[in-house]
Design a protein around this ligand. Structure first.
Ligand code: 6GP
Length: 764
């Protein structure tokens, strides 16, 4: 291998390995591993093929995983180090593609890893956003967004000669397909097909993330989720969604016909997974394509319904996309007669407006004649798919009993649960080598292929030597992470403190504000001389959607607390707060091995599944959580003695919403400590640091609205969290809980999820 690397270095740069800088080294390794990857044959053609459509693929950096998955990283590392080079530096150089927002996008990426690992005939379809979501910066303790470029000469995308014209009402764009190979093992890989417009113009982004939203020819593939608070923004999203399905649809059909597929067997041979509602237009678009090739409308509907399946990722209304009819008409008029016909089919069969596709909405009571037509994308996806699934058992239950009840009554057999999973390669083997080595020394290497074998660890749960070894590995991870945080954020962490971690998108339902109130409560207690049983470091990582005002206020509060607390010499020995800048997959890979408390504190019923909860348990953290999403399944697996559960249950919360009977103010007025913590948001100390308007708005919201009920569980949260911190002082018993968590995490491998999808939905 050394010779090959040397030759490539000569070819690319005319230099010896010894003389390469980190960027060149990165380019060299990237080229080297891509060449190997591309030589791997695609999965053998099977009778049936799956296309996974997703607006997001939150991949994370590629090089390290590719080298490891190809089984050559150790050797390459050795060769580099002989030449005085450090492989990590080259890997660090890579820009992370931020083509996703949160859970749903990362799930899609984990699923791609599993397609590759299991050798399934399955590919991804997505959009190649040049600037991703955004890169987060902090200025004046506030979030600022800037573009997050990742495409340069060094990325792994392969330009193909597949090209399509995409026709919108008033314009046409030309698209090119770029392929990204996804690695898993020496002999198996998968592919994501990313589509981009040829006329994209990065230079139109002048300041932050703003640009002319009307200039579709230049902007279509710049950002994921461009601001859609106005009509132009909403239209741009429709342009993007249609762009993806139009290219993807033709790619599927061309490939199918080229391989001799018959149109009337389409639904038997093709599987299309619709990842949340964003790709729903694939249904009318595919009907359009099939009928244009000669299939009758009825037959096309039948085939597409067989082929498609839809995954729902949240019960929050905001995610069940609804588009204004007129707006769709302005962008994709060709789909409208098809959507009309689909709506007629539904209206002909069912006498329930809630399941109609097109809603005629009265805009104002005084003028009942004036109707606005709204297209419900989820309703298209449910009627014209063969399966609909939720992503954890509780979520799937809520879908059939509440959110999608009217549909469940029509189609009881359509609904499935597939509990989410995570890529063990990325979030365990490749990011926590010390722990996986320790485990291998105890139970052998089989767990790498069969994660259920992790259960064998239970034999060691009372072995003090093993527990101490585990604690030592955790300590090293904490040291490594602390070094990184010092470099990136300039904050000194105390590795003797317990690392309490909440990393996820910022949303009120996830209740970072409740955690911030815990911080305030602890701060106030320390000031009064009541010390925590063990020092604690509360670590946050989260991006807020650019136009989500309250989420930005919460980030602001956390940053103000960080400033106040970390500088307070009386307090910072016992408590510290850190908000990580630009939390992303690479950051996750660094912090997860160092995590001790996994904060999964969403308002019950609201977190569909969560996947960070799985990543952290797998790496030996103890969950502090509500009975929400997959936490329920984690509790069932590890048992009550290995998890810290608190808070109201999902049915109680659903009931409160139905009766509209939750009053934050009553809790605030009744509980002295809660009142003090909430009022501290607008205290002199905080206002000296922060922005009055933002803090007052948050303070006011918590007392008078608190739609996601941060106060309802606060008292119990503080109590249970403090118990967990006390339990931590007995290190070995904490390690025992951690070992139990690792041992039971096998179920959460995305390979298991994909096998479930395959058995319940795709039958590839
Ligand atoms: C997320 C859910 O919030 C999370 O609970 C789940 O684990 C994840 O999807 C994967 O299923 N949802 C999203 O990211 C989202 O954008 C529209 O939903």
């Amino acid at each position: 291998m050394e010779e090959k690397l040397k030759d490539l270095a000569q070819k690319l740069f005319g230099k010896e390995i010894l003389d390469l800088d980190d960027k060149e080294l990165y380019l060299l390794l990237s080229e080297f591993s891509n060449n190997l990857l591309n030589k791997i044959e695609k999965p053998k053609k099977s009778d049936r093929k799956l296309y996974y459509f997703s607006a997001e693929f939150l991949l994370g950096k590629l090089l390290k995983n590719n080298l490891s998955n190809l089984g050559i990283r150790d050797e390459v590392k050795e060769i580099l180090s002989k030449n005085g080079k450090v492989i990590e530096k080259a890997e660090e150089f890579e820009a992370e593609p931020s083509l996703g927002n949160g859970g749903l996008g990362r799930l899609a990426a984990c699923f791609m890893d599993s397609f590759a690992n299991l050798g399934l005939n399955a590919e991804g379809i997505g959009i190649c956003y040049h600037f991703g979501l955004f890169r987060q910066k902090f200025e004046d303790y506030k979030q600022k967004e800037v573009k997050d470029p990742w495409l340069d000469d060094s990325n792994a995308l392969i330009k193909t000669d597949t090209k399509y014209d995409v026709n919108f009402k008033n314009q046409k764009v030309e698209a090119t397909m770029y392929d990204l190979p996804i690695s898993a093992r020496k002999d198996s890989r998968s592919t994501i097909h990313f589509f981009d417009i040829d006329s994209v113009d990065e230079s139109i982004v002048k300041e932050g993330i703003s640009f002319d939203k009307k200039d579709i020819e230049k902007n279509l593939s710049l950002f994921l989720y461009p601001d859609d608070s106005d009509e132009d923004g909403q239209k741009l999203r429709i342009y993007q969604q249609y762009f993806m399905v139009s290219c993807g649809g033709r790619y599927i059909l061309d490939e199918y016909i080229k391989n001799g597929g018959k149109l009337e067997e389409f639904g038997d041979k093709i599987r299309i997974q619709i990842n949340d509602t964003h790709p729903t237009m694939i249904i009318p678009e595919m009907i359009r394509l099939l009928t244009s090739k000669g299939l009758s409308f009825e037959k096309a509907v039948e085939e597409i319904t067989k082929a498609c399946a839809y995954t729902n990722h949240t019960i929050l209304q905001e995610a069940l996309e609804k588009w204004n009819y007129q707006m769709l008409e302005d962008v994709v008029p060709a789909l409208m007669p098809i959507i009309e016909k689909l709506d007629e089919i539904v209206r002909g069969k069912y006498d329930n407006e809630k399941v109609y596709i097109i809603e005629n909405k009265k805009e104002d009571e005084k003028n009942p004649e004036k109707l606005t037509r709204i297209v419900h994308m989820a309703n298209i996806a449910i009627h014209f798919s063969s399966k609909v699934n939720g992503v954890a058992q509780l979520h799937s239950d809520i879908l059939v009993n509440e959110t999608l009840k009217d549909f469940y009554e029509i189609y009881p057999d359509k609904f499935e649960n597939v509990t989410n999973g995570i890529s063990f390669k990325r979030f365990f083997h490749n990011c926590n080598e010390d722990l996986t080595k320790l485990i291998e020394s105890l139970i052998g290497p089989e767990f790498k292929d069969d994660p259920n074998k992790l259960e064998e660890l239970l034999k060691f749960q009372d072995d003090p030597e093993v527990l101490d070894k585990f604690l030592r590995v955790k300590e090293i991870s904490k040291e490594n992470f602390s070094k990184y945080v010092k470099e990136k954020e300039g904050v000194d962490l105390d590795i003797n403190s317990i690392f309490d971690v909440q990393i996820k998108r910022l949303h009120e339902y996830k209740r970072q504000q409740m955690n911030a109130l815990y911080v305030i409560d602890t701060y106030l207690k320390i000031k009064k001389g009541i010390l925590p049983k063990n020092p604690i470091t509360v670590i946050f990582g989260a991006k807020a959607a650019p136009s989500y005002y309250m989420a930005k206020n919460i980030i602001h509060l956390i940053l103000c607390l960080q400033e106040l607390i970390n500088k307070d010499e009386d307090v910072n020995k016992y408590l510290k707060v850190v908000m990580l800048t630009n939390y992303n997959v690479s950051y996750a890979e660094k912090i997860i091995p160092a995590t001790e408390i996994s904060e999964q504190i969403s308002l019950a019923s609201k977190e569909a599944s969560g996947t960070g909860n799985m990543k952290m348990m797998l790496n030996g953290a103890v969950t502090l959580g509500t009975l929400d999403g997959a936490n329920v399944e984690i509790r069932d697996l590890v048992g009550d003695e290995n998890i810290y559960i608190f808070g109201k249950k999902a049915d109680q919360i659903i009931d409160l919403y139905e009766k509209d009977s939750y009053k934050a103010k009553e809790i605030y007025e009744k509980n002295e400590d809660i009142k003090k913590a909430v009022d501290f948001i607008v205290s002199k100390e905080i206002l000296e640091i922060g922005d009055k308007e933002m803090l007052e708005s948050l303070h006011n919201d918590l007392i008078n609205k608190d739609y996601f009920m941060a106060l309802i569980d606060l008292e119990e949260y503080i109590e249970v969290k403090n118990k967990l911190i006390e339990a931590y002082t007995d290190k070995r018993s904490f390690a025992k809980m951690a070992i139990n968590n690792i041992a039971k995490a096998g179920f959460f491998s995305s390979d298991r999820s994909i096998r479930d999808y395959n058995r319940k939905i795709w039958n590839l």
